[in-house]
Design a protein around this ligand. Structure first.
Ligand SMILES: *Cc1c(COP(=O)(O)O)cnc(C)c1O
Length: 359
């Protein structure tokens, strides 16, 4: 009999959004739209395509394990030292590295009960105790989270803005939370939706690094930059933390293509601005339509919306699939819908109305 690492048996399996081809096959619909994985409906910058085309002939080389060119470009873009950056094959790679470097049997880690599932999955793999603190009205309950920290706590996860609820934590609340966390605990700020978080009091987390050296910020090129398929993300932290976590990084964890694409993506901030503008307009459209339908939702600071479907989320999910619309079901009646192009969002609401009327 094979003997697995004890923790693995109880690790939940991450369930990704259903791919379009699968829905076309299984549901016999002619077209389908995917509003399930918070991808950028505008795709990515044309400058990225150019950079990729130019790089194709170099693919026989191993990538630069240090991601030197991207490191230089990003450090000047963010105004941080090159040594403060760590690159990963997406944010999830960084979550895994941080978990591997900090967590072990006998330690614990604190997170919200309604947040990104990767924190829990990786903590369980590392045999750490997971302390999930129930969220309060779609927000992290920072007060209870800080009270869950003890001398065995290694990491506290703060997803800001939060996936799946789309809510955010303002600078004052975040700072007073950080001040309550002992300095032996790493606070991970997952800012996967950083570019979409346009609230005036959204924290300037990089500035906070100077005052709080136990912070680590995770960001990604998967969301606003539209490079989800390439797998590239980064962490920003004190250089001493980066040096330690770097030890568990696979030497060639980010591809040369992803590095080249990320450099080009960074240069085209116009594309990011267009992305943010479209997203803001479509969120406004969602609010207006949902208000008309009398369905409640959380105001979003991301490119998705967490809403009450008016029926069990599982049933709504299945019924929308039969109309060729892919969304993500969550607990109870809650579904998460990513912002698409306007035409796609109209298709979503047409399908939603049909399903609600069928009931
Ligand atoms: C999408 C996402 C990530 C990272 O995704 P990658 O594609 O691995 O970069 C991390 N955290 C949250 C909350 C996300 O939604």
């Amino acid at each position: 009999m094979l003997k697995l690492k004890g923790s693995i048996e109880h690790v939940p399996v991450y369930v990704p959004g259903k791919p379009i081809e699968e829905v076309l096959k299984e549901y016999g619909v002619k077209t389908a739209i995917k509003l399930a994985s918070n991808e950028n409906p505008l795709g990515f910058s044309p400058q990225v395509k150019e950079a990729i085309d130019q790089h194709i002939s170099q693919l026989f080389y191993y990538p630069d394990g240090k991601a030197g060119n991207l490191r230089t470009a990003l450090s000047s873009f963010l105004g941080v030292k090159e040594e403060q950056l760590l690159f990963g094959a997406g944010g999830e790679d960084l979550i895994q590295m941080v978990s591997a470097a900090f967590l072990e049997k006998g330690s614990n880690t604190v997170m919200s009960g309604t947040t990104f599932p990767n924190y829990k999955i990786n903590a369980l793999i590392e045999c750490a105790e997971v302390r999930e603190v129930p969220s309060a009205d779609g927000h992290h309950d920072l007060e209870s989270m800080s009270r869950s920290v003890d001398d065995r706590t290694r990491i506290v996860w703060v997803c800001n803005p939060n996936n799946p609820t789309g809510t955010y934590i303002g600078e004052n609340d975040l700072v007073s939370f950080i001040e309550r966390i002992p300095s032996h605990v790493l606070i991970v700020l997952d800012e996967a939706y950083y570019e979409y978080a346009t609230a005036p009091d959204y924290p300037n987390s990089i500035a906070l690094l100077k005052k709080f050296p136990n912070l680590l910020i995770i960001r990604t090129f998967s969301k606003a930059y539209g490079l989800a398929g390439l797998r590239i993300g980064y962490a920003i932290a004190d250089e001493a933390i980066v040096a330690q976590v770097n030890k568990v990084r696979k030497p060639f964890n980010t591809s040369s293509l992803a590095q080249v694409a990320a450099i080009a993506a960074l240069k085209d901030q116009d594309f990011v601005r267009r992305t943010i503008e479209l997203n803001a307009a479509e969120l406004a459209y969602f609010y207006q339509q949902l208000d008309r339908l009398g369905l409640s939702y959380y105001r979003s600071y991301t490119n998705f919306i967490y809403m009450d479907a008016g029926m069990s989320s599982r049933e709504m999910y299945e019924r929308l699939l039969s109309h060729g619309v892919i969304i993500r079901p969550f607990h109870g009646n809650y579904i998460r819908v990513s912002m698409g192009l306007h035409e796609q969002n109209e298709i979503f609401f047409t399908a939603l109305r049909k399903v609600l009327n069928e009931n």
